[in-house]
Design a protein around this ligand. Structure first.
Ligand code: CA
Length: 587
């Protein structure tokens, strides 16, 4: 065989073996390419909106399961993953940092990757994972021992593995990564262990760190292997050395606004929870804002520099992490806005150019800690509702206890909302609950919980905690509400077919009318749903999928709420649905 023939044969082999590559264009246009779901959020703007209309109000009642897939083993804990779909394969992550590739037509397993976690990992709130990312020929996900793993999409073989941080210091990872222009962008978890929050960009091909941006003032950033710039101004809003263990974990990942070329990540609670320890500069009097904890941060994706920030809860003292997803949308006047429903119970609209405040309205009832939000976006605090200062309390004694609404698990927690471009509403999965909360003396110890607070969660209504709300972002008006007895902990997805999909801890996968909230279809999945629904088009039909598997933070931290959920069974199944052929064919 001469070398020309050899080259031609090699080329043929390469062509026949080559798999389709997920491109930046695929990712950028994920919302409108309806035959795939290659991003967390069904688009990097996290709208979780599909333009598909094949499933609609007229036929949704006929929806049936096509296959189900078990995550197997004894590791049946909370399944919070959003499936991805590309080139005939569904990719899902599972509890204990596992990843599966499934044949989309048959539900057969193609391969499974198990991260084999070390002893001593420190996940705060169940051993969950919220999903993977696709780019090129790889699938990426983060693990509870704070590593980012790139796998070959075809085989599940490890291509590279990079350390995000040291898990022994309390760092972990559970969010879905975000891919922008060849960079895999992640945050970190561990705000209950006194870590320092940060956003990281890794090279998608090599796994090398390109930049790191800490979220707490005083900490240095990294760019191309060298120190870049300091985050904020040292001791401007933090006292002494507390910024070195200041929290602000970026544990929910981020969104990307292509119009302004901005990454938007939220930063969680400042550490410790006891706000009386966190003053400013020389004055350790509990008056520091503690930037950029409990904030949304706009970041330049090329350099990791901070472009803007908006702090929802300055001097945060109730574990109101500011991590909730920030969703770009266009308001009724055609203005480019962000919508975000904060854990503190207020729904904010921000200006996409600079993150500046537009307006805010409460989306849960009976908020106690603030009277409202002022014209600058700052809370009007009810100081009587701040947990008391434990300074001077004798050993084992607490500061004054208060009853605060929302509870520390939030008016909204991690579970993602959806935005429907047709109705113009956000669909926000919220919870109506409060807590007894008090502060306690605390000192930092590496790898140990760093709260300085105690709490008991309580319902505030007899008949429900969960409440899915349709919110008009132009006015903050709540257009309808779907009440659920147990706390809602799953994601939401909406379509141009006028539908809203979500699931309940009681196991129901629901399709609601996007205009009215009326239940149009329901399917019992066998375990509680804390996963995130998706929809896509395959062979001319519209499919829907959800992962069922009860768990997450609620059963771990539930207080009196635990009594409402302790009968729920664990599980771990992917369910895929479409219309029966005879129904689909008459569309
Ligand atoms: Ca927290």
């Amino acid at each position: 065989m001469n070398r020309f023939v050899a080259a031609a044969v090699a080329g043929l082999i390469a062509t026949s073996c080559a798999q389709a590559q997920v491109t930046e264009d695929d990712i950028a246009n994920d919302q409108t390419i309806t035959t795939q779901v290659v991003t967390n959020g069904m688009g990097r703007n996290l709208q979780r909106y599909s333009p598909l209309t094949k499933l609609n109000k007229d036929n949704i009642s006929k929806l049936v399961p096509v296959w189900a897939f078990s995550l197997g083993g004894e590791k049946q804990r909370g399944q919070e993953s959003q499936p991805l779909v590309y080139d005939g394969v569904m990719y899902i992550t599972g509890s204990y940092s596992r990843l599966y590739a499934i044949d989309i037509k048959t539900g057969d397993e193609l391969w499974q990757y198990d991260a084999r976690l070390p002893e001593g990992i420190l996940p705060c709130c169940d051993v969950i994972n919220r999903g993977a990312a696709l780019y090129g020929d790889k699938v990426y996900f983060g693990t509870l021992d704070a590593k980012l793993v790139a796998l070959d999409r075809k085989t599940g073989d490890v291509v590279w593995k990079s350390k995000i941080e040291n898990y022994k210091e309390g760092y972990s990872y559970s969010a879905a990564p975000l891919v922008v222009d060849g960079k895999v962008i992640v945050g970190n978890s561990g705000g209950e262990f006194g870590v320092v929050g940060a956003v990281y960009a890794f090279d998608a091909e090599t796994g090398d760190l390109i930049w790191k941006r800490p979220t707490i003032e005083g900490n240095m950033g990294i760019l191309n292997g060298e120190e870049s710039t300091m985050t904020g101004t040292l001791n401007a809003s933090w006292p002494g050395d507390l910024w070195k263990t200041g929290g602000g974990a970026t544990w929910l990942g981020g969104s990307y606004d292509a119009d302004t070329n901005t990454l938007v990540f939220g930063a969680g609670n400042p550490s410790p929870w006891n706000s009386w320890l966190r003053g400013a500069g020389e004055k350790n009097d509990g008056t520091g804002d503690n930037l950029y904890a409990a904030s949304r941060i706009g970041i330049d994706p090329d350099t990791g520099e901070i472009k803007w920030h908006f702090q929802t809860t300055p001097r945060e003292g109730w574990d109101f992490d500011g991590v909730n997803e920030v969703v770009p949308f266009v308001d009724k006047d055609g203005k480019k806005r962000f919508g975000t429903a904060d854990r503190n119970g207020f729904f904010y609209v921000l200006n996409r150019e600079d993150g500046s405040f537009v307006h805010a309205t409460p989306f849960v009832s009976n908020i106690t800690w603030a009277e409202g939000i002022d014209e600058n976006g700052r809370p009007i605090y009810n100081e009587d509702n701040r947990p008391g200062n434990p300074a001077g309390a004798a050993d084992g004694e607490k500061g004054d206890m208060v009853f605060s609404v929302p509870s520390f698990l939030g008016g909204k927690n991690w579970m993602p909302m959806a935005y429907n471009q047709k109705t113009g509403y956000f669909y926000v999965p919220s919870n109506e609950w409060g807590m007894d909360i008090w502060n306690e003396p605390i000192s930092y110890k590496k790898g140990a919980a760093y709260l300085g607070a105690g709490f008991t969660i309580k319902p505030i209504f007899e008949d429900h905690i969960g409440s899915l709300k349709a919110i008009d972002p132009n006015t903050g008006d709540i257009k309808w509400e779907y009440k659920n007895e147990a706390p809602l902990w799953g994601g939401v997805m909406t379509t141009a077919g006028g539908l809203v999909f979500t699931g309940t801890p009681e196991g129901k996968f629901l399709a609601l009318d996007a205009e009215t909230g009326e239940t149009l279809w329901s399917f019992q999945t066998g375990s509680g749903i804390v996963g995130q629904p998706i929809t896509w088009e395959q062979d001319g039909e519209q499919w829907v999928a959800i992962i069922s598997g009860w768990g997450g933070a609620v059963p771990l931290w539930g207080g009196e709420v635990a009594k409402k959920v302790n009968y729920l069974n664990q599980g771990g199944m992917v369910w895929a649905f479409h219309l029966p052929k005879e129904v689909a064919s008459i569309q």
